[in-house]
Write a protein that binds this ligand. Structure first.
Ligand SMILES: [Zn+2]
Length: 120
């Protein structure tokens, strides 16, 4: 892949990373330091003052946020891995066959790890 293309996908991935991190902040909070994982939040519950219905709602919201969070975290991991491959100069190669990944596939999913033939 030529440098210009690498740069193009790098920018797309960095943009995506930023969006994912922003979305993560709306459903969770980071816990821990640099290797932080995310924890779902429900937008501030005060158990003392909340009535039973409110608690149930909040728990439901928390559960939903947990699922969203899981998805976002997974995507973020994939985007980070793709950026790492760019840094290691292995970006755009199918991890199964080692062949170049089709341009159109990378356009659709810049963090793709396999070519169209080997995608699940
Ligand atoms: Zn392949």
């Amino acid at each position: 892949m030529i440098k210009k293309d690498i740069q193009y996908f790098k920018e797309r991935l960095e943009k995506e990373k930023k969006i994912l991190e922003d979305e993560l902040k709306t459903v969770g909070q980071k816990k821990g330091g640099k290797t932080a994982t995310w924890e779902a939040t429900s937008g501030g519950m005060e158990v003392d003052t909340a009535d039973e219905n409110e608690v149930a709602d909040k728990l439901e919201e928390l559960e939903e946020n947990g699922l969203i969070l899981e998805q976002l975290e997974k995507q973020l991991t994939e985007v980070r891995a793709a950026l790492e491959r760019i840094a290691n100069d292995t970006y755009g190669k199918c991890e199964i066959s080692g062949e170049p990944i089709e341009r159109e596939r990378l356009e659709a999913i810049p963090s793709a790890t396999t070519c169209i033939k080997h995608m699940k």
